[in-house]
Design a binder for this molecule. Structure first.
Ligand code: AMP
Length: 399
């Protein structure tokens, strides 16, 4: 993948223009109340920039899975209210069940420079997730310029992030997308070395392409989490009742061989925290990696492994981390994940955290502001690490 050089909101002049911005306002709601507003806050820099530049700012997003029909409990109306408070100016909510309906058109028609309108949940329309032509054209008809700032859906080709770009002359990325491209895309492509990747999580099968792609790029690949037991078993160890994917034993061996051929240091655990049941009340003991007794299961990396992994991070210049080292949701098996998070918090390296569980773990532990970049997209960040072209990124104009 060549370096990505996309036009951003800094490369365009939006004065007096209608700017449609695809945001990620997919916030958790409980009884109509927003329980975590991080995504709204994260969208503010791009929105404020466009307001300051005198654009007519039309925002759109999906929220949850209304499955192509209006579901009042998944309306974006509460987001408009909170956004208005955060911006300190009116945000007109265009309550159209068909998203681009009479209310939306009238609201856009009435806009002055610097005004903000929020459209209804794009997934009220069945065509949205199918990248249908009609809805893409309707969205495009509202604007002169399109800005994509929703990384969480960048790995999907939908009307509101990809289809719409076919019917507008100018399609650029916002600040959030730019940051994801800079770190997950370009830093991984052209890293400062040594470059260390840490992969964890439950399954080898869901990270096959990530392991394969990263082995082409990194100096050291560290493996933890449930997926390490498939490697341990493949190398002749006993894993007891640990997570094991029998179908991937050969794949694990192939990856060990590929690492050798590429001169990549592949670090696998040397010890585990074994438990007699999948529970925080389980009896536990530290065991050597390939010696997990029958009836026991490895639910976290052991202390020696945690130290080895932390040491490997210390001398790195770039670190990418995706997936927890153990069942960190249970405090008894969170130590390995904590140790890695702490090591990343304390290094001077560029630290890039893939979305999903590792991002949640880093934030929970209070290390969020110590990391260079925490991705906002779980699935999208994984596909970036697989070296895939993301449709939502590809659709933006090149510089
Ligand atoms: P993933 O969605 O593949 O990134 O996996 C995340 C999940 O992997 C978390 O819910 C962890 O609890 C789980 N996990 C991590 N280590 C283990 C392990 N040793 N055994 C079982 N599950 C694990």
């Amino acid at each position: 993948m060549a370096a990505l050089n996309k036009k951003s909101v800094d490369d365009i002049n939006v004065k007096g223009k209608r700017v449609l911005v695809r945001c990620d306002f997919n916030v958790p709601l409980q009884d109509g109340k927003i329980t975590d507003e991080n995504r709204i806050v994260a969208a503010l820099p791009t929105i404020k920039k466009l307001i300051a530049d005198g654009g007519k700012v039309i925002l759109c997003s999906h929220l949850g899975k209304p499955k192509g029909e209006p579901k009042p409990e998944l309306s974006l109306a509460p987001v408009a209210v909170r956004l208005a408070e955060l911006l300190g100016q009116e945000v007109k909510f265009a309550a159209d069940p068909e998203v681009v309906g009479p209310n939306a058109k009238a609201a856009v028609e009435a806009m002055n420079d610097g005004d903000v309108v929020l459209l209804e949940n794009t997934r009220y329309r069945a065509e949205e997730t199918k990248n249908g032509e009609a809805f893409s054209k309707e969205l495009a008809s509202l604007c002169d310029v399109f800005v994509n700032d929703a990384f969480g859906t960048a790995h999907r080709a939908h009307c509101s992030n990809v289809g719409v770009t076919q019917y507008v002359d100018t399609a650029v990325v916002g600040y959030l997308m730019q940051k994801e491209i800079d770190f997950l895309g370009n830093a991984v492509e052209n890293p400062e070395r040594p470059f260390v990747a840490i992969l964890g999580g439950s399954k080898v099968s869901s990270k096959i392409s990530v392991i394969n792609n990263l082995l082409e790029k990194v100096d050291t690949l560290i493996i933890g989490g449930g997926m390490c037991y498939t490697f341990t078993k493949a190398q002749g160890g006993n894993v007891g009742n640990s997570l094991l994917e029998e179908d991937y034993l050969q794949y694990a061996l192939d990856m060990v061989k590929k690492a050798e051929e590429k001169g990549v240091k592949l670090l696998l655990p040397v010890d585990s925290i074994a438990a007699d049941s999948f529970s925080n009340d389980a009896e536990t003991k530290v065991v050597a990696q390939g010696e997990i007794p029958d009836g026991w299961m490895g639910l976290d990396i052991g202390p020696e492994t945690a130290k080895m992994y932390a040491d490997a991070v210390t001398s790195a210049k770039t670190v990418v981390w995706n997936g927890p080292m153990g069942c960190f949701e249970m405090p008894k098996f969170a130590e390995g994940t904590k140790a890695v998070a702490e090591a990343l918090a304390n290094t001077d390296a560029v630290t890039i955290i893939g979305g999903g569980d590792s991002a949640a773990a880093v934030n929970q532990l209070g290390y969020g502001d110590k990391m260079t970049h925490i991705s906002t997209g779980g699935g999208a960040s994984l596909e970036f690490l697989e070296g895939k072209e993301l449709p939502g990124v590809a659709a933006a104009n090149d510089k």
